[in-house]
Design a protein around this ligand. Sequence first.
Ligand SMILES: Cc1cc2nc3c(=O)[nH]c(=O)nc-3n(C[C@H](O)[C@H](O)[C@H](O)COP(=O)(O)O)c2cc1C
Length: 202
Amino acid sequence: MKLLIVYYSTYGNVYHMAELVAEGARQVPGVEPVIRKVPELIPDSVIESRDDMRAGRDAQKDVPLVTKQDFEEAGAFAFGTPTRFGNVSAQLKNQIDQLTSLWLQGKFEGKPAGVFVSTGSLHGGQETTILTLMAPLLHLGMVLVGVPYSVQELFTTTGGGSPYGPGHIAGGDNQRAVDEKEATICRAFGKRLAEIGLKLAK
Ligand SMILES: Cc1cc2nc3c(=O)[nH]c(=O)nc-3n(C[C@H](O)[C@H](O)[C@H](O)COP(=O)(O)O)c2cc1C
């Protein structure tokens, strides 16, 4: 079963989280994580004018753009986004808004999906972003998956991560690395999505 990890990342933090979600999924025999990015909407001229944006883009240059076939083939889905004013990034939403034909065919019904997120600040909207993005996933017929409290790091994280999904605090300069507790929650989420995907595929 393929677990599609589809994400948008300007500076590279959500990309790093995607790799951690994939690490967790790889622990489950029979599951192949597939990491894909969505098209950028920020003009090239803006990205070229900023060292941090160029570095983020270049770090992801080898990640393929997601295709309709990737969505068709997957048995489970992880959606990754940075927070934009407490909400999902336009880049990821733009991709979701192109799923109409597969939605009308019922391709996503009964398949598990969850959301992971990076914010600049601690109270910058991780939970609003995840919960808001879950609305379209319900429209698509997906079965929502979060992180249960058996993942002990949920009790002690001083960064990101909640029952709604993995989170990361990037800091005002987007340079704060994913810490060990945030990483553990990402891996646990990937493993859980993979296990539930396999069960629902039977
Ligand atoms: C237009 C814009 C809006 C943002 N809104 C928020 C926000 O509401 N809350 C917050 O904590 N961070 C906000 N941020 C910061 C981003 O969430 C942060 O840059 C992101 O987590 C970094 O992830 P990335 O490295 O994958 O791009 C915003 C950034 C931009 C550019």
